[in-house]
Design a binder for this molecule. Structure first.
Ligand SMILES: [Zn+2]
Length: 345
């Protein structure tokens, strides 16, 4: 059985960023609109893995930073360097708006707050996930024991997903947010209209930010041009993160005309087409999970996932990638109404 070819990645709006990605270098600072810039902050896995940070100037001159990116030991070198290139500094930042809790987005927020007194704005569910991360990790640890993972695949699983895990990765500190954002809230940015759109799935409290007057949609990790976002990578949720994710993709209908400003890779056009491609990818994966369940009698989660053609194959996966593949398989089975067919090990 062959997997149909993946749909082509959307055309970049920023050829500069697309070229930098292809060449494995950091993209330069770019002005996206008057008073709105993007700059790249690398994360610890090295270039070219970088977060695209957005800097938005209010009419009062105060800067808002959407996702300040990774910070190693509280350093703000990359962010400061980018701000210097637009004639500004970290002390000009009054608000840090965070799409989600992952360290490559939230990581530098606390350091920016310490340096400038900026407030941090985030969805309340992300704050709760950070507060609960130790308790969640213990429950994850208990899950791992039920997945039927063969011994040779277990190394790193606990560190990546269980009691060794830190989703905030220690880069942040309470209070995790000074402004709690909910769906539809306007960010407190003078002279701008930036509205939070709640898009759970990648994490439970993931937000996109909509700037309709400037024709921009900041999508964090909800929609990226080439990467298929992982699902359910925040705290534990009562609902199925995959179902949440598909509903969140549908929430972007109507924004096809906007320029998409994602958290990684490059800016691109037509979020609706990209969302459709992502839905098709999930449908395909659901089909593979259904076929695996049809073929197996009382399988473990690992046995089901072994039959799903994850890129690279599950044999090559360890640690975080393996945990993510297994939990996503469980979300698909649950959405199919077939979670009960999987036997806890
Ligand atoms: Zn990210």
């Amino acid at each position: 059985m062959t997997t149909p070819p993946a749909a082509p990645a959307p055309e970049p709006i920023s050829p500069v960023q697309a070229r930098a990605l292809a060449e494995g270098v950091l993209p330069p600072v770019e002005e996206v609109r008057p008073g709105i810039w993007t700059l790249a902050v690398p994360f610890r896995f090295g270039v070219p893995d970088a977060t695209l940070v957005y800097v938005i100037e209010g009419t009062d001159g105060v800067l808002t930073v959407v996702d300040p990116g990774w910070s190693e030991d509280g350093s703000l070198d990359a962010l400061s360097d980018g701000l210097r290139q637009i004639g500004r500094s970290v002390s000009d930042v009054g608000l840090v708006a965070v799409t989600h809790l992952h360290a490559d987005h939230l990581g530098a927020a606390a350091a920016v707050r310490r340096a400038s007194g900026a407030r941090i704005a985030m969805h309340g569910l992300e704050v709760r996930a950070l507060e609960d991360e130790r308790a969640d990790a213990a429950r994850h640890e208990a899950d791992i024991a039920t997945w039927g993972v063969p011994h040779e695949f277990r190394s790193g699983l606990s560190d990546a997903w269980g009691i060794g895990r830190r989703i905030g990765l220690g880069a942040t500190e309470p209070p995790y947010a000074d402004v709690l954002l909910d769906d539809g809230d306007l960010l407190p940015v003078t002279g701008r209209s930036l509205r939070a759109i709640w898009t759970p799935g990648h994490t439970a409290g993931h937000l996109c930010f909509l700037d309709e007057p400037d024709g921009l949609l900041f999508t964090g990790d909800h929609v990226l041009p080439r990467i298929n976002s992982g699902i359910g990578l925040g705290g534990r949720t009562a609902s199925n993160p995959l179902g949440d994710y598909l509903a969140s993709l549908a929430r972007l209908d109507g924004y096809a005309a906007l320029e998409v400003c994602p958290g990684h890779e490059y800016r691109f056009a037509d979020v609706v087409s990209r969302a459709r491609t992502l839905v098709r990818h999930r449908e395909e994966r659901s089909r593979h999970v259904a076929e695996a369940l049809d073929a197996l009698d009382a399988p473990t989660l690992f046995a089901v996932a072994s039959r799903v053609p994850f890129s690279g194959g599950i044999e090559s996966m360890r640690g975080f990638l393996l945990a993510s593949a297994l939990t996503q398989t469980a979300f698909h089975a649950d959405l199919l109404g077939r979670a009960g067919e999987i036997r806890p090990a």
